[in-house]
Design a protein around this ligand. Structure first.
Ligand code: IPD
Ligand code: CA
Ligand code: CA
Length: 261
């Protein structure tokens, strides 16, 4: 199943990279304020689902652009292009994210960066890899010298003030904060030890499913902003190595509104 996920991710990667030079000729529609979808998102998603259904015709799908279909005993969770805004503005930082959930448990995850040809993979109990080499989260002991990734609100502004409070609290004690614009890659970078931690408010399951398994298999911890295992349902997420994770939760705590707890 991991191999099918990899095949699907690479096929989508080919579709996306071929279109990078022709972004201005694409048909683009808007789902909500600042939420764009291009024909490339849709073509890439169609290709991923075709590859999966060829191998596993009975499996269910939860995909960003086409929604849910089929049974959910085996459910493939798909973001065909994570970082669409980057893609549309010519910023070469985006990924394909594919995960397989079996009876509610994440079993396989793939995050693929087609520009750098970096393939992040994880299977439950088998560790996490970058281009087949084992990766691990960092062993940093706290926020001092930690480099964190994040995503900031850009469409729905309900949590903007809470988010800015969190940012203000995390800037001084750390080495820096990055907002690269692709949540699945942010999580993959934490798994690979490039960032010491990551947090964001209001993501969707397809943004994080593969990344969550990458983090766990790389020795890291994942939760919602209050430390509870509700990140897949709420989309509020913190991920890091164990000590940075604890320090991040402590720092975020005073900034949680009722809706974020
Ligand atoms: C977005 C990216 C971004 C995150 C947004 C996501 P999309 O996904 O992951 O980093 O901040 O919340 O929606 O729309 O480009 O697939
Ligand atoms: Ca996404
Ligand atoms: Ca997307």
């Amino acid at each position: 199943m991991l191999n099918i996920a990899i095949r699907a991710a690479r096929a989508a990667g080919t579709i996306i990279t071929r279109s990078v030079e022709q972004v201005d000729t694409l048909t683009i529609t808007s789902k909500a304020r600042n939420q764009f979808v291009s024909e490339v998102d849709e073509r890439a998603e169609g290709e991923i689902i075709a590859v999966i259904h060829k191998a596993y015709p009975d499996h269910g799908i939860l995909a960003e652009e086409s929604g849910t279909q089929g049974n959910d005993e085996y459910q493939w969770i798909i973001d065909p292009l994570d970082g669409t805004t980057n893609f549309l503005y010519g910023v070469p930082h985006f990924a394909i994210s594919i995960a397989l959930r079996h009876r509610g448990r994440l079993e396989h995850g793939v995050v693929y960066d087609p520009i750098r040809n970096e393939l992040f993979t994880a299977s439950r109990g088998a560790g996490a890899q970058l281009n087949s080499r084992r990766i691990r989260v960092t062993t940093r002991r706290g926020l001092d010298e930690a480099l964190l990734g994040t995503g900031m609100p850009y469409s729905d502004m309900v949590h903007l003030d809470a988010y800015l409070g969190m940012l203000k609290a995390l800037i001084p004690p750390t080495a820096g904060i990055r907002r690269p614009g692709s949540a699945s890659l942010d999580l993959a970078y934490v798994a690979a030890g490039r960032y010491d931690g990551f947090w964001e408010i209001g993501l969707n399951p397809w943004d994080i499913a593969a990344g969550v398994l990458l983090i766990q298999e790389a020795g890291g911890l994942v939760s919602d902003l209050a430390g509870n295992p509700r990140h897949m349902e709420t989309g509020h997420i913190v991920a890091a190595g164990p000590k940075v994770f604890k320090a991040m939760l402590q720092t975020l705590k005073p900034h949680l509104t009722d809706a974020l707890r």
